[in-house]
Design a protein around this ligand. Structure first.
Ligand SMILES: [Zn+2]
Ligand SMILES: [Zn+2]
Length: 98
């Protein structure tokens, strides 16, 4: 039976054993959330996350710590338009020099 380490509200930890699904990807707690970051092909990152590692970026939309960082960089650097512009040259085959 898998065991989990959950953080309590008072700042302590408690152990919890049982069939609670996958562990959080960032700690040993049970995962209540999945990362909703789109990774293309209609899929999402799906990294299992606990309540303290799932960052709610919109109602019912949670990102893992790594993708939250990406989102932040992305917002800081000018948002959606710039990323769309970056996607197109990335997918294009490089032209030969001659
Ligand atoms: Zn966690
Ligand atoms: Zn993620």
């Amino acid at each position: 039976m898998p065991c989990y380490i959950e953080k309590t509200k008072s700042g302590g930890t408690m152990f919890l054993c049982g069939d609670l699904g996958p562990h959080c990807a960032a700690c040993a707690a049970s995962s209540d959330y999945l990362c909703d970051y789109p990774v293309g092909d209609g899929k999402t990152c799906d990294l299992p996350l606990c309540a303290s590692h799932a960052h709610e970026v919109a109602p019912n939309l949670h990102y893992c710590p790594a993708h939250l960082g990406l989102l932040k960089e992305f917002k800081d650097s000018g948002g959606v338009r710039q990323v769309l512009e970056n996607v197109i040259p990335y997918k294009r085959e490089p032209k030969p020099w001659r």
